[in-house]
Design a binder for this molecule. Sequence first.
Ligand code: ZN
Length: 203
Amino acid sequence: MLVVQCHTLNHVVEYTTIQIIMVFYPNATRTLSPFYDKRPNEEEVSLLVIHNISLPPSEFGTSGIRDLFTGNLDPNAHPFYKEIAGLRVSAHCVIYRTGEIEQFVPFNERAWHAGVSVFQGRARCNDYAIGIELEGTDTLPFTDQQYASLQLVSDFIIKRYPRITLGRIVGHNDIAPGRKTDPGEAFDWARYRTGLRSTFLNR
Ligand SMILES: [Zn+2]
């Protein structure tokens, strides 16, 4: 609960409180992006979308992803950044090569990761999806630490949002075919789904 108003009348203090709900994964570092908004009609989360990203492309361990998602990307820092520095995009979480998780948007809010997208005939996936970015490329294997962290954060999300089923965990390429290829051929869906099965059994 957060006290948002307090005023004194005839020595009686009145408090008006509202509940601010921001759902974060507890083991992530938190860096709030300016690029998110409310889900329309308090849409319930029912889709999990896996992506990959690296900035500059194929370089890891830089501040590029954080800078992009916070609106701080310097267009002069790399030739590629000139093309993307003005983008207003975000994801809920980024999982770095080390397995570290950084959360940019609370899960209950709408992050801007899917773009033009459709899942089972329903457009505007951002309205009802959570987006997780793995630091990487389509073709280079992701790290064991990334799979471990992805499993943990997925467990948290799946337990919190019961409308997410195994069939509603997809790649960006699945909801934007022909436009997006991530998380790419290097992402081991069988490994990820095998880990998720016990999560669903125990939900
Ligand atoms: Zn993507």
